[in-house]
Design a protein around this ligand. Structure first.
Ligand code: AOF
Ligand code: ZN
Length: 360
């Protein structure tokens, strides 16, 4: 196998753990000597062993003189676990092949430096694009200290998310909804506006046959209008509400211990402030499920990293039906938000489009 093929194998090991390692990145490692694979590993959970630890434990003494393919620069710091660079040096590996550097300031090139100083060959950049894509949420978080924002919408062919009466059950098929629950499971938090809570009384939990972690629920509710018996309050899972400092949350807070209230200064909620606070609370990925006003705020302020659009083969028609993105349109087409389509996929009768705002 070539270097690229071994790295692809390491990347595929890492990709299988997407969503279960937060706040750590997904990492895979493969130890190879004389064309034989001696050890493989993935980082499985924050606080537990890194990918290299598993792979090297399998290789044991045979690791001496071997190469290791790692999807991220081996760490050099004492975090919750000891440095992988030290472990690689201890096992006397010959060469370390790395897909991409770790931007985490406590590592950021120090891992490579440590290895080179110990006389180990290091090659960087094999399958880099795939590795950057794999951990794009982690990298975005490290660079911006804010969560990576994915905007999700289920729409008709004519871009509507509800009828004029607000009915939206259901636009897309079961297959599309399963995909949404898979996305909920791999995000740290899910965000909606209070209008959605009042209208739909959703649970915003992950409901998959195979299980899956629930994201923290974040509700934007300036005036604290949430109904006292809302499912997101009653079901015991963590819910964070952002409201204005003028709202009084004492009673509701006492009633629901799973509820955290963040009161922001001023009379309206600034989404930039919300993202800053979520970042401080280690939320690296945020799944925004609307409604249309919330979508508009995120789009207008250019706070979206990725759009997931589930398009059902239905047409509602009517200027009174609710558009997926609210507010007023710009006057000119040249002022539209431009995106690049990353992928398209059929989910039963529906299409899923993933698109990312075009970088200018
Ligand atoms: C690696 N291999 O498999 C991973 C790495 O608290 P700790 O000790 O788990 O360190 C977490 C940091 O280590 C994380 O933020 C990232 O910079 C790096 N992750 N490094 O060598 C791995 N998961
Ligand atoms: Zn490590």
């Amino acid at each position: 196998m070539t270097d690229k093929e071994y790295m692809d194998f390491a990347l595929s090991l890492a990709e299988k753990t997407i969503g279960q390692t937060s706040p750590n990145p997904s990492v895979g490692a493969v130890v190879v000597k004389d064309g034989r694979i001696l050890g493989i590993g993935s980082h499985l959970k924050a606080g537990e062993a890194h990918a290299e630890v598993h792979a090297l434990a399998q290789a044991g003494e045979e690791a001496e003189g071997a190469d290791i393919y790692v999807t991220l620069e081996p760490c050099s710091h004492h975090g919750k676990t000891p440095p992988c660079a030290d472990l690689i040096i201890k096992h006397k590996l010959k060469k370390v092949i790395i897909a991409c550097l770790d931007p985490n300031p406590v590592v950021a090139g120090n891992g490579v430096e440590k290895l080179r100083q110990a006389g180990i060959d290091v090659e960087i950049g094999v399958r880099e694009a795939r590795a950057l894509e794999l951990n794009r949420k982690f990298f975005h978080y490290i660079h911006s200290k804010r969560p990576y924002v994915t905007l999700k919408a289920a729409v008709t062919l004519d871009g509507k998310t509800a009828t004029s009466t607000g009915d939206s059950k259901w636009i897309t098929s079961d297959q599309a909804r399963v995909d949404v629950h898979q996305q909920r499971a791999i995000h740290d938090a899910i965000l909606v506006g209070v209008e959605t809570v009042i209208k739909d009384n959703p649970h915003l939990t992950t409901r998959l046959p195979q299980g899956g972690k629930n994201p923290i629920r974040v509700i934007l509710d300036t005036q604290l209008r949430i109904q006292k018996e809302a499912n997101v309050l009653k079901d015991g899972h963590p819910t964070w509400i952002f409201c204005s400092e003028n709202a009084d949350g004492t009673q509701i807070k006492e009633k629901y211990p799973n509820l955290t209230i963040f009161q922001l200064p001023g009379n309206y909620l600034n989404i930039n402030d919300v993202l800053d606070i979520l970042g401080e609370k280690s939320i690296q990925s945020l799944y925004v499920e609307g409604g249309s006003k919330v979508h508009q705020s995120f789009i207008q302020q250019q706070l979206v990293n990725e759009c997931h659009w589930y398009i059902a083969p239905k047409i509602l028609g009517g200027t009174d039906a609710i558009s997926v993105v609210g507010g007023s349109s710009p006057l000119l087409m040249k002022d539209a938000t431009s995106l690049d389509i990353v992928s398209t996929e059929m989910l039963g009768p529906d299409i899923k489009i993933i698109a990312r705002p075009r970088k200018v």
